[in-house]
Design a protein around this ligand. Structure first.
Ligand SMILES: Cc1cc2nc3c(=O)[nH]c(=O)nc-3n(C[C@H](O)[C@H](O)[C@H](O)COP(=O)(O)OP(=O)(O)OC[C@H]3O[C@@H](n4cnc5c(N)ncnc54)[C@H](O)[C@@H]3O)c2cc1C
Length: 434
């Protein structure tokens, strides 16, 4: 593998891959695998990755809090439906997910010394707990596959003045027969993902769905009360309400000094980001998502009969962090010293209403910069899902987060990057074999 700190750029490349994240790396591997399958010697074809950072795979390195949630376990159809809630995303990703599966990736890693384990929720991590081990294994793979890596190369434009593409980095230009754009999304822009690929796509006439936040924390217009900051609510419902409930999730919620975070919030953030700029959105907690209001009412009545001399709050303190209980009582307008024995039907009703929809805050912002991924990107309708080739420009491909896909937390986004990258690489190389 050629790794150059001050790159000596080639004049031309058979396949130029822009961006050295999970998608770009797997595109290169897919391309070389295809060429080898056709018996084409490695020395006859150049596969180049151009990466603006000094190192490849920065997002792999920071993923999963430095532990890297590599992928999600299970059959690919269930991985798709658990990880991608939109039908068009599922449909688009399906061929790629079967082109390179979670088990394929795990086998590569295992063969290079990275053991993994699967958490009960299906998330797969390296046993060492180190994302760096995953990245090192990918770098070894690139080396084994004779991929030329050019770090510190910031591609400024891609055009096609004639039969070949011109991949420009300032004044220098590399000619390429096939170009794969794998520049990622726009969140965490400080690590290099500033949306260049979207600009390149637009220049070729592609429709780009304006990026918006996903898997992001949510900020409130009025920060949560100090006593609530750091409180974690387990397995509650998180409801986003405009004039009606627009979306909800059931999972853990973490209250932060600016609003909320945690799994339920991250999952919900994409839907909120879509509407919160045009309408006011309130976030509410349903403390008993598995109970209907009537069932909860009946449960409180039963408690009242069984424990007449007990404080009402005792029941809530048994299930939720103590800090949140006074706020529930305040919202329900029930004294915190209330006992069951003189708990009126009206109070029971307002407590049920509050427990089913406790106002947390009004959404101010879903910061795209803080999202684990960004939604939006190159419109899926203009990319062939079986090949990742542009439907507008032959020999141009898109892979990974630059596409208009965004998965849930759980290893789904990396898997989407590996799979779409692999397919793009395979197709691009396949064209060189005919
Ligand atoms: C903090 C954080 C934690 C995450 N944790 C997980 C996780 O545990 N599991 C999971 O599945 N997903 C996780 N994700 C999401 C996942 O990392 C991304 O979806 C995935 O890495 C996208 O891969 P990609 O190759 O498409 O893009 P990226 O990994 O973003 O790679 C794109 C590359 O292109 C380069 N580039 C951009 N423009 C240019 C240019 N003009 N010239 C040259 N190079 C350029 C960038 O520097 C970058 O290295 C996390 C994301 C973040 C931010």
């Amino acid at each position: 593998m050629l790794v150059s700190k001050t790159p000596c750029l080639p004049e031309c490349a058979h396949i130029a891959i822009i961006g050295g994240g999970a998608a770009g790396i797997c595109a290169a591997l897919g391309a070389r695998a295809q060429l080898r399958r056709h018996g084409i010697p490695d020395a006859h074809t150049s596969i180049c990755i151009f990466e603006r950072n000094p190192e490849l795979g920065i997002k792999i390195r920071i993923s999963g809090g430095g532990k890297c949630n590599i992928t999600h376990a299970g059959e690919m159809m269930s991985v798709l439906s658990e990880g991608f809630f939109r039908q068009n995303e599922q449909r688009f990703l399906k061929p790629a997910f079967y082109g390179l599966t979670n088990n394929d990736v795990l086998q590569w890693l295992r063969e290079r010394g990275v053991e993994t384990y699967t958490r009960p929720n299906g998330r797969v991590f390296p046993t060492s707990g180190k994302a760096l081990d995953v990245l090192s294994a990918f770098k070894r793979l690139l080396s084994e596959h004779e991929i030329q890596v050019f770090p510190n190369v910031h591609i400024s434009s891609v055009s096609r003045p004639d039969d070949a593409f011109a991949v420009a980095m300032g004044d220098a230009v590399v000619k390429a027969a096939q170009v794969i754009i794998a520049t990622g999304g726009v969140s965490y822009s400080k690590v290099g993902t500033t949306g260049d690929g979207l600009r390149f796509a637009k220049a070729f006439g592609h429709t780009v769905v304006t990026p918006y936040a996903a898997l992001a924390p949510i900020y409130f217009t009025k920060p949560p009360e100090a006593e609530l900051v750091g409180v974690s609510l387990r397995q509650v419902g998180l409801l986003a309400r405009a004039s009606r409930v627009i979306a909800s999730r059931m999972d853990d919620v973490l209250i932060t000094h600016l609003g909320v975070s945690g799994p339920a919030c991250l999952s919900l953030s994409r839907e909120i980001a879509l509407v919160c700029t045009s309408s006011a959105v309130d976030l509410c907690v349903n403390f008993f998502p598995k109970f209907s209001a009537d069932d909860l009412h009946a449960k409180l009545l039963q408690l009242q009969q069984d424990h007449p001399t007990q404080f009402v709050r005792t029941f809530l303190e048994q299930q939720f962090p103590d800090a949140v209980v006074p706020f529930i009582f305040r919202a329900a307008n029930v004294p915190v010293e209330q006992k069951w024995n003189n708990f009126t039907k009206d109070k029971r009703r307002t407590l049920v209403e509050t427990l089913k929809c406790f106002f947390l805050g009004r959404v101010k912002d879903v910061p795209i910069e803080r999202g684990e991924v960004s939604a939006g990107g190159v419109a899926l309708s203009e990319v062939n899902p079986k090949t990742m080739e542009s439907r507008l420009v032959a020999n141009l491909y898109f892979a990974g987060e630059v596409l208009d896909v965004a998965g849930e937390v759980g290893g789904f986004n990396l898997q989407a990057a590996y799979s779409t990258g692999w397919v793009a690489g395979q197709t691009a190389a396949g064209k060189l074999c005919v």
